[in-house]
Design a protein around this ligand. Structure first.
Ligand code: KIV
Length: 284
């Protein structure tokens, strides 16, 4: 059994130049496969709204959705550092809300940390949550909960003005006490600058290689999420193709009467055949 990594191990990995590999998961089997494959961390992302629940975005996802899925992930990956993603409106309204909801991830789902989106504008919330003793990962760049304000699911920080704002956000997140920062969909040149500038670990999803590790969404890399595929995704499998082929074969087997076959059924207990036939006669 591998020992669960914590904040110190992630700092040691950063110092040693070892990159962390992490993935999103929302359910027990995926989490247990991820742990078995040696993932350094798992994010129970609010992307579950799109990948699992069929919403067009992450905004409708609730705290209860996140808690339920985080619990399943923890059961599947008891020895992996797991991060609960704070859904829209679970931290925007007040420090009290933010602390209470962040705390739910620890108390009800045994998460190790929480992640929330935003830079300077949520610095106060990050401070309030960390002051309550909860580890927070920041998340800037393309922040899906505010994709409306950002003009859609678009790369950020590609021009000097918006890159400058992201550098200020990154510094504010660190200053507020976050233990790590996730950059989403920003140019690798900007990632490298922020990575070198900050002391805390910096991770990327669609933000290039020069940083402390990579996150990928399981539905994207497995070829399960069909609505769209961001440029930054590498598809490692086409699970949808495998599932669809299996479902089609099953439909055909049922229609043709070839499933279930003899090996798929439970026969009357040996020696009880005559009693069984007698019992049926009671109904004639
Ligand atoms: O919800 C999620 O999976 C995320 C990633 C897109 C970073 O927040």
């Amino acid at each position: 059994m591998t020992k669960k990594k914590g904040r110190l191990e992630f700092i040691q990995m950063k110092q040693a130049g070892e990159r962390a590999a992490w993935i999103t998961a929302y359910d027990f089997p995926t989490a247990s496969f991820a742990e078995g494959a040696g993932m350094d961390m798992i994010l129970v992302g609010d992307s579950l709204g799109m990948v699992v629940l069929g919403y067009e975005g992450t905004v409708p996802v609730t705290m209860d959705d996140c808690i339920r899925h985080s619990q399943a992930v923890r059961r599947g990956a008891p020895n992996t550092f797991c991060i609960g993603d704070m859904p829209f409106l679970s931290y925007q309204v007040s420090d009290e809300d933010a602390v209470r909801n962040a705390g739910r991830f620890l108390k009800e789902a045994d998460m190790d940390a929480v992640k929330l989106e935003g830079g300077r504008r949520v610095a106060g919330r990050i401070r309030a949550i960390t002051d309550a003793g909860i580890q927070v990962m920041g998340h800037i760049g393309l922040t899906p909960q505010s994709s409306g304000q950002l003009g859609g699911f678009k790369a950020q920080g590609r021009d000097p003005d918006s890159a400058r704002e992201l550098i200020k956000d990154a510094l504010a997140v660190q200053e507020a006490g976050a233990y790590a920062l996730l950059l989403e969909a920003v140019p690798p040149e900007l990632t490298e600058y922020i990575w070198k500038k900050l002391e805390i670990p910096v991770y990327s999803i669609g933000a290039g290689a020069p940083c402390d590790g990579q996150l990928i969404i399981c539905g994207d890399m497995l070829g399960l999420f069909q609505a769209f595929t961001p440029k930054f995704v590498k598809k490692y499998a086409n699970v949808a193709e495998v599932e669809i082929a299996a479902f089609k074969e099953y439909v055909s087997d049922v229609k043709q009467g070839v499933f279930p076959a003899d090996e798929h059924v439970y026969h009357i207990l040996k020696g009880k055949e005559e009693d069984f036939a007698k019992m049926l006669k009671e109904f004639e």
